[in-house]
Design a protein around this ligand. Sequence first.
Ligand SMILES: C[S@@+](CC[C@H](N)C(=O)[O-])C[C@H]1O[C@@H](n2cnc3c(N)ncnc32)[C@H](O)[C@@H]1O
Length: 272
Amino acid sequence: MATERDYVLGTHDEELMRLGLQHRVWRPVVLDCWQRAGITVGKRVLDLGAGPGYATIDLAEIVGLSGEVVALERSHNFVRALKETCHARSLTNVKIHELDLMTDDLPKGDYEFSWCRWVVSFVSDPALLIKKLAGVMQKGSIAIFHEYGHYETWRFFPRLPMQEQFREHVIATWRESGGEPDGAPELPALLSANNFLIRSTTPHIFCVRPSDYMWQWPAQFIAVYLPRLMEMGRIDQKFADQVGADLAGAEKNPNSLMITPLVLEIVAEKIA
Ligand SMILES: C[S@@+](CC[C@H](N)C(=O)[O-])C[C@H]1O[C@@H](n2cnc3c(N)ncnc32)[C@H](O)[C@@H]1O
């Protein structure tokens, strides 16, 4: 029986569903990014920290049977979910490895692209991750990242002080677990130290209204992470209820705005 390897956000069913919503919200941005980077039929893509594989599945459908996606993920629950989806969709071009990016070797393969989203924030040693990635990426291949650049951009207008306190708890718990929410800013130096040349850096930040689909991404995160913070003993029920009530109030106000956490897209080419 494999044991579950949890991490700060959790690998429970609600988080699995949340990752699905998050992917659907971000899908147009991601599809555009992959297309600009050159991912197409026949390509071989390495997906680092794939989670339940929502992006993996899209990638597998894009590269088709003449291509391949290799998904690396530590959580047994997420790996099982990804295997089930591949089976249900008869996808035969996905290889799945249940492994730890920090302690295990990355599988060798003639990858032409790598995809890494919201993973650098959670690994204990991003420098080691990039070194390992460089070890398996061939000259001319492209590494693509979508990672937080400045998590503190996340706020509402009119301001919601409790949400801002919630955001600070989020940042603190990620740091306590050994990660760093703003993983993207250190990537350019790490990449160039490992023979990658930065091809582009693009900020993705949105100002959304309650009626926008993108609103659901941070709103869903609040719903799933409040109980997690309570389990950790960081907040009590009263705090959670207040954050929930403030969010519900903001959703009823058609003049509310939300600035999303800044995500940086970094595309780099392996040059040696
Ligand atoms: C926020 S989720 C993102 C999942 C996926 N990349 C996506 O964009 O939907 C972070 C993922 O990284 C995985 N992860 C964190 N640390 C890891 C490690 N050391 N080795 C492998 N996977 C790891 C978690 O299990 C989780 O599935």
